[in-house]
Design a protein around this ligand. Structure first.
Ligand code: SAH
Ligand code: TYD
Ligand code: ZN
Length: 405
């Protein structure tokens, strides 16, 4: 019986998404023979309610020099992170020697604004390629996985931090105990640890099961984050809903007794309780909904193919690996996926081996339908591809249910 990665409590498995590849491991045609797969199963802890994967993929398999994901690839996300940086500059970085550390800074999408304001910063980013892109903009980045030892090294080399921030990164880190001890080492007295990740409540409400893949090891709720915080001497003092990536929550943690929790914390905790989000029965109902989405999506795409319609994919997201591999969607149903990321183009998507092509291929091939894998960027993409719809093309969406738009 597997046990909780946070508290060693008993795990209750509720969703099996089968054998899955590393979601950002796009392949050259000669690499197909050695592809790595793991068992993607999700469980909830019977003690602390933390939702988590059962199997952990070794971190070096996911985050390395060739990690292809670029945070600056969406205009909406660039704006979101510029706003975030301005908020930190105005509220938390106003003291005599301000210092912000960002975990998983990727290509520098957030730190860019901090650097422009001439405020001391450090990115901690294990993926060497994206870290170099941040450095090329004059940002200070350490190529490392953040954990307890990294925090001690940073404290030695630099100074204590006012803010430690991580976007779409803390949920990627199985060894959270080491991370929280590291935060305790590195944070100034009165400092704040802020992180934002997909909201499990929204995943359940929208049946957005494609948020589940190797990199997303944890699915946080305010309830499970509060338990995590307490275990390491912290308190959950703030929660904020964010409209990005299909619904996220920004959590703020401070050392116990240092800050007064905002009223929004108690409100969200009680909402989660009334929705029974910490209960395995709720998770099992979600798993049933996932099976229905799979059936509906496969039926629709097969039916279109059988009627001679063309369907291509839009956005070679990490999320799309879960959808294609769980639903058995390969190049016979979706001949290619277009994506703006240079490092994905010309390669084959993990597991499904669907070719990835640049966005220009979309207009050129004039498909009848486009399966929107990057549904979290729907507004931006459909605006960019207005000609597709004006010319009679239709979008296939599968969140919160399967429909044509
Ligand atoms: N913050 C960006 C990037 C998210 S992708 C955004 O929100 O768009 C997740 C990033 O976390 C990757 O760049 C990955 O290399 C990094 N990462 C993974 N494990 C990490 C760790 N232990 N410490 C710091 N960064 C880590
Ligand atoms: P995203 O949904 O942010 O993340 P994940 O991989 O974690 O699921 O990925 C968006 C993908 O869609 C990324 O590969 C870039 C691509 N994309 C486009 O091709 N065109 C666009 O206009 C946008 C916004 C994204
Ligand atoms: Zn637990």
């Amino acid at each position: 019986m597997a046990s909780c990665r946070v508290c060693r409590g008993e795990l209750r498995e509720f969703l099996d998404l089968g054998q899955q590849p590393v979601s950002d491991a796009f392949l050259e045609p000669d690499e197909l023979d050695n592809e790595f797969f793991f068992h993607l199963q999700v469980a909830i802890c019977g003690s602390c309610t933390m939702v988590q994967l059962v199997e952990e993929v070794p971190r070096e398999r996911m985050f390395h020099n060739a990690y292809p994901y670029l945070s600056s690839g969406s205009a909406g996300m660039r704006e979101h992170f510029e706003r975030t940086a301005r908020q930190f500059l105005a509220t938390e970085l106003t003291g005599p020697d301000p210092f912000i550390v960002e975990l998983g800074c990727n290509d520098g999408v957030m730190l860019r604004t901090i650097g422009e304001a001439d405020v001391k910063h450090l990115g901690v980013e294990p993926s060497g390629g994206v870290a170099s892109l941040a450095r090329a903009q004059g940002l200070r980045v350490r190529t490392a996985f953040f954990e307890e030892s990294t925090a001690a090294e940073i404290l030695d080399d630099e100074q204590a931090a006012d803010v430690i921030y991580g976007a779409n990164t803390i949920c990627h880190i199985p060894y959270l105990g080491s991370v929280l001890r590291g935060v305790d080492t590195l944070l100034k007295p009165g400092g704040v640890f802020v992180f934002e990740d997909p909201c499990f409540g929204d995943i359940v409400a929208q049946t957005s099961f494609d948020q589940i893949y190797d990199e997303h090891f944890y699915f946080f709720t305010a309830t499970s984050v509060r338990a995590l915080a307490h275990r390491f001497g912290f308190e959950l003092v703030g929660v904020e809903r964010l409209p990005v990536h299909g619904g996220e929550i920004r959590y703020s943690l401070a050392r116990k007794g240092e800050r007064t929790p905002a009223p929004a914390v108690a409100e969200l905790l009680s909402e989660e309780e009334s929705r029974a989000l910490g209960e395995v029965a709720t998770c099992r109902a979600f798993a049933d909904d996932v099976q229905h989405i799979r059936e509906d999506l496969v039926d629709m795409v097969r039916d279109l193919r059988d009627r001679g319609r063309t369907v291509v994919g839009y956005g070679a997201t990490a999320k799309s690996a879960t959808v294609t591999n769980f639903c058995g969607i390969g190049p016979d149903l979706v001949p290619f996926i277009c994506d703006s990321t240079p490092a994905k183009q010309g390669k084959l998507a993990p597991g499904s081996h669907i070719p990835v092509r640049p966005p220009e291929a979309f207009a050129e091939s004039r498909p009848d339908y486009a399966l929107l894998f990057a549904w979290n960027h729907a507004g931006e993409i459909t605006a960019k591809e207005r000609d597709f719809r004006d010319g009679g093309g239709r979008w296939i969406k599968y969140v919160p249910q399967v429909y044509v738009d």
